[in-house]
Design a protein around this ligand. Structure first.
Ligand code: MSP
Length: 524
């Protein structure tokens, strides 16, 4: 049995249901899902939260343009998001919508706590607002009349608003970064945030009165609560804070808020300050990931360069897409997406390396051993090397995963896959099979391959659970649960009956696929 290592709470940002999600959003959710699955597999009691951020002027505008009410508008898009996650078998434990009663009521409670603490006052807001980003900017931050984050024009605003005394938390935030450098990683992001605070933190305008689509300010029905205050609260309202605190007491503080780099600012300044105001524990860590770019720029509907994950899944399967996203990009850095890079990965790593290893090995066990994994009778240096590598990968994967280095965790696993393929080439079982006196050697090779494959089938569970199931089916392990501890052992396959199945990943004709994807892209 896997020991219980305690709780692990991980969140994705809650997505704006202003348009269908693209591969960039999928990237973040796939990372969170892999981490949640990895932690569950290695013995943690995991809570994985995702959801949608449904209020604000931008949504109201989209709905208006579509001629529907805001709730009708978001309902339709949330439907597509839920379908996407279902299709991708994303293993979230809860999906929170900020329009749900449970959230609305609790955000109002949080607002009142901050108000009673004396941290909220009424004043006049004057400044620049970027509607698409739902962000306020000061005169000095605005660049040539445009939002410093997205580059779109900002508009001058002056209105009576409620303010949160964010400025009075500046010193405490700086102290947090100094005493808990792990709170915000990587270091470069933390230094940026420090510089931002040191420039002088202004109080934050937290209410709006020029539109209605939001949570009403409990003490003033002419105002709705600023979306970021509403949105950030989801991480605790989903746990029942403050009125049904059972889950909250169990899982808070969160282990990791996984967020894109442009929203690190909200998570590492506004959010901890809000928590300090309501006197609740702070997140253990905020991790900022990079963006997936197309042609060196951002994906956007208006540029028509949005990559639709559903098209890729329908064509190549969920595990191919997940493997590619996790293997190709380095956490924290931006990466460029192209169909060609993706297709090559699928061919080289999945069809050639993993797919071939399984099909060659299972075929040989069937051909030379009647499909039953024999006992290993011998052990030479080459066997020794394979065994010691195979039984050491799991702890290397643990190390890389602790650093959110998904690409390196997968690289460790593929080192074993490639080593096992090389083992076949070195041992040449087809030659051993021709010589009766080499039977023990042949058996040893077959057994060792079966063990290596069994270990791979466990190691890949967090990233490619359907492939793991398909491998285990062929390895005769369909009814045996993949347990993390078993990835450290090399003695479990003797006598197991294997049976050859379909190729895990068909080899793709890259030119043909590129043309097909181009066509589908045009049609969309
Ligand atoms: N609603 C806010 C988040 C509130 S969290 C309390 C929001 N929503 S969003 O839909 O615009 O973005 C959600 C996440 O998707 C962000 O972390 C963002 O970085 C990520 N991505 C959007 N486009 C992306 C890429 N092209 N690449 C990688 N991640 C991207 O912000």
């Amino acid at each position: 049995m896997t020991e219980n290592k305690g709780t692990y709470y991980i969140t994705t940002p809650i997505y704006y249901p202003s348009a269908k999600l693209h591969i960039g959003h999928t990237y973040c959710t796939v990372m969170a899902d892999a981490m949640a699955r990895f932690k569950r597999l290695s013995g943690y009691d995991v809570r994985f939260l995702t959801g949608t951020d449904e209020h604000g002027q931008k949504i109201e505008k989209c709905a208006d343009e579509a001629g529907v009410t805001p709730i009708e508008y978001v309902d339709a898009i949330v439907e597509t998001i839920l379908r996407l996650w279902e299709k991708m078998e994303i293993s979230y434990d809860d999906f929170i919508r900020t329009t749900e009663d449970r959230h609305v009521k609790r955000v109002q409670d949080i607002f009142m706590k901050m108000y009673k603490k004396g941290d909220i006052y009424k004043g006049t807001y004057e400044g620049w607002y970027c509607t698409p980003c739902e962000s306020f900017w000061t005169e000095t931050q605005v660049e040539d009349g445009c939002c410093p984050d997205c580059g779109r024009p900002v508009k001058k605003m002056q209105e009576e608003s409620y303010f949160f005394k964010l400025s009075s938390y500046a010193d405490k935030l700086l102290e947090l970064y100094d005493t808990h450098p792990e709170f915000l990683q990587p270091d470069s992001r933390r230094n940026e945030m420090k510089a931002f605070i040191e420039q002088g933190l202004e109080d934050l305008c937290i209410s709006r009165s020029e539109f209605d689509w939001g949570i009403p300010v409990p003490i003033d029905e002419d105002h709705v609560i600023y979306v970021w205050l509403d949105a950030l609260s989801n991480y605790i309202t989903a746990l029942g804070y403050p009125d049904e605190p059972e889950l909250y007491e169990k899982y808070w503080p969160v282990n990791v808020h996984l967020v894109g780099k442009e929203i690190v600012r909200f998570h590492s300044i506004i959010w901890p300050a809000m928590l300090m105001s309501i006197e609740e524990p702070l997140p253990k860590q905020v991790l900022g990931h990079g963006w997936l770019l197309i042609d060196g720029g951002k994906m956007s509907k208006s540029k028509g360069n949005v990559v639709d994950p559903e098209i890729l899944i329908d064509r190549y399967g969920i595990d191919s897409l997940k493997y590619f996203l996790l293997r190709e990009y380095t956490f924290g850095q931006d990466g460029i997406y192209t169909n060609e890079v993706m297709l090559k990965r699928l061919n080289y790593d999945l069809a050639n390396d993993l797919g071939n290893l399984l099909s060659r090995s299972v075929s040989m066990i069937e051909k030379y051993c009647g499909g039953v994994v024999p006992e290993a009778k011998l052990r030479d240096e080459i066997d020794e090397e394979l065994i010691s590598l195979a039984t050491s990968v799991a702890s290397k994967v643990e190390e890389k995963m602790d650093q959110f280095q998904f690409n390196l965790a997968l690289e460790e696993i593929w080192t074993l896959v490639r080593r096992a393929n090389k083992y076949i080439d070195e041992k040449m079982p087809w030659a051993l099979a021709k010589d009766e006196s080499k039977k023990d050697e042949l058996d040893t090779v077959m057994r060792n391959l079966a063990e290596a494959l069994r270990i791979v089938s466990i190691l890949i569970i967090p990233y490619m659970h359907t492939t793991s199931d398909r491998m285990r089916e062929q390895l005769g392990l369909a009814d045996v649960e993949g347990v993390w501890e078993d990835a450290f052992e090399f003695y479990q396959m003797d006598g197991v009956k294997v049976s050859k199945g379909e190729q895990l990943f068909p080899r793709l004709d890259i030119e043909k696929e590129l043309a097909a994807l181009e066509e589908i892209g045009k049609a969309n």
